[in-house]
Write a protein that binds this ligand. Structure first.
Ligand code: GRG
Length: 296
């Protein structure tokens, strides 16, 4: 019998913390300050939504958990690096992340920059040194998939558009383009990489790709709503930053109710893409629900 969703999430989070702990460089190893800061940025915090999506997509295709651990860790390291860099004075200039001082506040700007660089490099090192799929070509495709998702045609590109659009009105398609890249690309990659560790067919991978795209965008729409509605203590990061920074968001374009409606529509469409998977996609459905209903 399957455990309930909350227990599954809690167990995966605890288990995954150990995985990350073991894959990160030890704090005692030189250069100690950089390694300590890398561990500070990654461990003990965050919802681990992207790894959970990878685990759920892996389960669906009967993937070996040890393989999914590696892709989930790679994605989470990229995510953690993006948060560290995003919080720096040259970008969002924030002091609170995951309920604790941001990396550059706790350490210094130069260390935070190097933490991001090193986490990104470690992510690709992991993908290159662990077996992810019996098919070597498929493994190379997986490495490329993550590279595209986090590079200038993915997350970093979305961030560049985000920085360039402060104080400017964007149309809905422009906002969607930005967020599909900035936030959506890595979430989509998490789903696909988990699935690639297993035996999903090309047709199933197409469906999962669409699911990842829709739920990645929904994640951002909900993030925009939470930035307006939730408080700093609940979010573990400064609330109201988007309005303070005069950033275009789904809320500024559609209003709170319009943004909520959009999240619901994306959620519905995401669930439709899973229709043919039956019970094997139950965790992915539950994660889609969680992404929409989350309060932090
Ligand atoms: C610096 C290249 C580069 C990219 C930064 C991800 C990102 C791009 C910026 C973060 C800014 C932000 C708040 C984006 C909104 C969506 C988002 C990624 C929120 C944080 O992700 P969660 O909620 O965080 O999954 P936790 O802490 O739970 O892991």
């Amino acid at each position: 019998m399957q455990v309930d969703f909350q227990s599954w999430v809690a167990a995966q989070q605890v288990r995954f913390e150990d995985v990350l702990c073991g894959l990160l460089p030890r704090a005692e190893a030189a250069p100690q300050r950089l390694h300590e800061a890398m561990r500070y940025a990654v461990l003990d915090g965050g919802k681990r939504v992207r790894p959970l999506l990878a685990f759920a997509a892996g389960e669906l295709g009967g993937a070996d958990v040890a393989r999914v651990n590696v892709v989930a860790a790679a994605v989470e390291l990229i995510h953690a690096y993006s948060l560290v860099h995003d919080d720096m004075p040259c970008m969002d200039d924030d002091v609170l992340r995951r309920g604790k001082p941001t990396c550059h506040v706790q350490y210094d700007d130069a260390t935070a920059l190097l933490v991001g660089d090193s986490l990104q490099a470690l992510a690709f090192q992991l993908l290159a040194e662990h077996r992810l799929n019996d098919d070597a070509q498929r493994q190379l495709d997986m490495i490329k998939l993550l590279a595209v998702a986090c590079g200038s045609r993915g997350m970093a590109g979305g961030q560049a558009i985000d920085l360039a659009s402060v104080g400017k009105p964007l149309t809905l398609p422009e906002l969607e383009f930005m967020h599909i890249h900035k936030t959506g690309a890595l979430i989509r990659a998490a789903v696909l990489l988990g699935a690639h560790c297993g035996s999903a067919s090309p047709a199933q991978l197409d469906k999962l790709d669409r699911f990842g795209k829709l739920i990645g965008l929904a994640f951002q729409v909900v993030d925009d709503v939470l930035d307006c509605e939730a408080d700093t203590a609940t979010l573990g990061k400064t609330a109201g930053k988007d309005a303070d920074n005069d950033k275009p968001t789904y809320v500024s374009l559609l209003g709170i109710q319009g943004a909520r409606d959009m999240a619901q529509r994306l959620h519905r469409e995401a669930l439709e893409t899973l229709a043919e998977f039956g019970a094997s996609a139950q965790r992915l459905r539950e994660l889609a629900d969680f992404i929409i209903l989350r309060k932090f």
